[in-house]
Design a binder for this molecule. Structure first.
Ligand code: ADP
Length: 191
């Protein structure tokens, strides 16, 4: 508990892809488990990277997580003994997640949410900016720019190896898509 009185709060961990958000989330949650706290972890069912039942970081660390389709589902898996709640890929949840996280913190739980702060266009991503505003603690992590090696705060989307255009649809049938971390100078979003 961070304060002298036992009460809830919100921690948010943001950054581009590969900045270590999942790693940091897992690190904090594992420490809570070591402290014998009651921990429950959620992620949107949309993110099926590596394994459906775990939050897995790009360097292989993992923790058990529950896949949920909508923010309200969180209430089905927690009870009055729940002390710490982790949420990964929070940007993919509907706006409703903000009010639910606020409610859980108000009820005395510690919430740690990790997610992308910007989309591939460099614009605020889903509910993350609102969560950052209402959180007690925000950590903005950086990755390494794949072009120059400087700190990277943005996610470059590549379609068939070329920078995705601003107007390119989120789902592209038959195209090879990839993402890499880039700094402001090397982040390209052709109009
Ligand atoms: P996130 O959840 O932010 O996507 P992860 O926690 O899954 O990040 O992965 C972070 C790990 O990704 C780093 O510890 C490192 O091993 C690896 N990695 C791969 N590419 C990069 C990069 N461009 N910058 C920093 N780390 C990278």
């Amino acid at each position: 508990m961070y304060g002298p009185n036992h009460h809830g709060w919100i921690e948010v961990v943001v950054g581009p892809m590969y900045s270590g958000k999942s790693e940091e989330l897992i690190r904090r949650l594992k420490r809570a488990e070591i402290a014998k706290q009651n921990v429950v972890v959620f992620k949107p069912s949309i993110d099926d990277r590596y394994c459906k039942k775990n939050v897995v970081s790009h360097n292989g660390s993992k923790i058990k997580a529950i896949d949920i389709c909508k923010p309200q589902d969180i209430y089905k898996y927690i009870n009055e003994d729940t002390q710490v709640i982790g949420v990964d890929e929070v940007q993919f949840f509907e706006e409703e997640i903000v009010g639910i996280i606020r409610d859980l913190a108000d009820k005395g739980m510690r919430i740690i949410a990790a997610g992308l702060d910007m989309d591939f266009r460099g614009e605020p991503f889903g509910p993350t900016p609102k969560l950052m505003a209402i959180a007690e603690f925000v950590d903005k992590l950086s990755a390494v720019c794949m072009t120059c090696g400087n700190p990277a705060h943005r996610t470059q989307r590549l379609i068939n190896g070329k920078p995705a255009k601003y107007s390119d649809p989120i789902v592209l049938i038959g195209a090879t898509e990839s993402y890499e971390a880039r700094c402001r100078l090397h982040h390209e979003v052709p109009r």
